[in-house]
Design a protein around this ligand. Structure first.
Ligand SMILES: Nc1ncnc2c1ncn2[C@@H]1O[C@H](COP(=O)(O)OP(=O)(O)OP(=O)(O)O)[C@@H](O)[C@H]1O
Ligand SMILES: [Mg+2]
Length: 439
């Protein structure tokens, strides 16, 4: 498939909820279709209205306590074969967007166009009819995707093997646990060869082993050149799976771009500090009698200022300062804290060229290197300090002056390996393990 064909086009999409008014929607497209089949006349009007997007006159300015814009003028496109992540805080509009794309709920305004058969797995609706058995639901879903019975039959064993619910195949789905439903639903959605796979938060349900299986399957689907839209709060899952990310906040698109970059910015959002701080005017720069701070930066190995970096890459924290008089011994140091305010470590400048040596007047740039595979995923804040020794006199002490974020991945060689969730702990070193074995 060509990478340049558009699979999903979303244009100025808005969705308004009137609070206190219950929306008549099905949990999923299968449900909508099933209801439609069972009660044609009643549902015909409803079904038609699902596609009638622009008949609601609602001014952009319409506000009020009972009006909630779940999505507001969101536009983006997804090319065929792309794996795109949708991220954002709780209530950002992610699920609403996926429900509109899956035709489960209509938008208030705007247009969507979809080129290809969609299969979706949403957080509540799992694409099943509760009264039908697992087996019947697999066939129903296949039919909805436009597959012949024979085609579904060919995939049937694979689906059952993936879902591990073989014992319950002839049990109505309403008797399934939510974990079982999601297993079967994911298996169906991923194996029935949709051209576009839409997945909302599936990794939040199920145990770690199943989560891992889903991740691998989605990766395969992406590699086969099919399109995947994936919502998750698990940022490492997003960065390792997705090529591109769309970030939503309060119903609006904040930005979209390469996964690492957007996830890094998302992790840093709300932080007032940035990866670089400079004092151009010496009069207002922090400093004392002997030294003055010029700049503090977080840099990559190649020396670029960096707001976020991969967990495997080293991070440089750098201070640029001026020594104002000859002859003092200086001790620059950094304190690194995480977003819970925990002091992760303190690092002192032990560069043998300068440690305990009097320094001549001039400009200095001192960089401390934090190795890759050491800090855990998440945001960090740096305090930048310098004291003169014998006696110890602070020259500057700037708290939380710069920040940066470490983004995780599930590559080999990281502490978590292919484990799907963030590991606990303040740091996340990739330690060497050896196992002795005897019989
Ligand atoms: N049926 C509904 N009626 C009223 N408000 C709704 C309805 N569905 C969603 N909302 C509201 O729309 C907003 C967006 O919700 P949505 O479920 O799309 O967020 P989300 O990004 O998926 O959040 P989460 O990360 O918590 O799953 C929220 O403020 C939510 O309360
Ligand atoms: Mg949601």
């Amino acid at each position: 498939m060509s990478k340049n064909n558009i699979a999903v086009n979303v244009e100025n999409l808005s969705k308004v909820f009137r609070l206190g008014v219950k929306e008549q929607t099905s949990e999923n497209f299968a449900g909508a279709l099933w209801g439609f089949v069972r009660s044609p006349m009643k549902n015909f009007r409803k079904y038609r209205s699902l596609y009638n997007f622009n008949d609601i006159n609602l001014s952009e300015e319409e506000q009020g306590d009972d009006i909630l814009w779940a999505l507001r003028n969101v536009s983006f496109t997804v090319n065929e074969g792309e794996v795109v992540g949708i991220i954002g805080g709780n209530g950002a509009g992610k699920s609403t967007l996926l429900k509109i794309l899956s035709r489960i709920t209509p938008p208030t305004k705007g247009n969507i166009s979809i080129h290809g058969r969609v299969s979706s797995l949403l957080e509540v609706g799992t694409g099943f009819h509760p009264e039908l058995t697992g087996r019947e639901n697999v066939y129903l879903n296949g039919t909805i995707l436009g597959m012949r019975r024979k085609e579904v039959a060919q995939k049937f064993d694979e689906i059952v093997a993936f879902s591990e619910v073989d014992k319950f195949l002839d049990t109505p789905v309403k008797r399934y646990s939510s974990g079982m439903r999601v297993r079967l639903a994911f298996a169906v959605a991923a194996h029935l060869e949709p051209e576009i796979l839409i997945v909302d938060e599936v990794l939040a349900v199920g145990d770690a082993a199943f989560q891992q299986k889903c991740m691998n399957k989605m990766q395969d689907v992406g590699k086969e050149g099919r399109t995947v839209l994936f919502v998750s709060h698990n940022m490492p899952a997003v960065t390792s799976l997705c090529d591109r990310v769309v970030w939503l906040d309060h119903g609006q698109k904040v930005s979209e771009g390469p996964a690492q970059e957007i996830v890094g910015n998302y992790l840093l959002a709300g932080m007032v500090t940035k990866a670089q701080r400079e004092w151009k005017d010496p009069a207002s720069a922090p400093g004392g009698q002997f030294a003055r701070l010029c700049a503090v930066r977080v840099v990559s190995e190649s020396g670029e200022v960096m707001e976020h970096g991969d967990i495997q890459d080293p991070v440089g924290i750098q201070m640029e300062y001026e020594v104002l008089q000859d002859g003092e011994i200086m001790l620059p140091h950094f304190r690194v804290k995480n977003d819970n305010g925990v002091l992760v470590f303190v690092t002192l400048d032990h560069d043998p060229d300068w440690y305990q040596c009097p320094r001549p007047k001039g400009r200095y740039i001192s960089t401390a290197w934090i190795p890759g595979n050491f800090l855990n995923e998440g945001p960090y804040f740096i305090d930048c300090n310098l004291i003169t020794r014998h006696p110890d006199v602070p020259q500057f002490n700037e708290r939380e002056v710069v920040s940066f974020a470490v983004t995780g991945n599930m590559e080999p060689g990281t502490a978590r390996g292919d484990w799907p969730g963030r590991l606990g702990g303040v740091v996340s070193p990739a330690l060497e393990w050896k196992t002795a074995y005897s019989q």
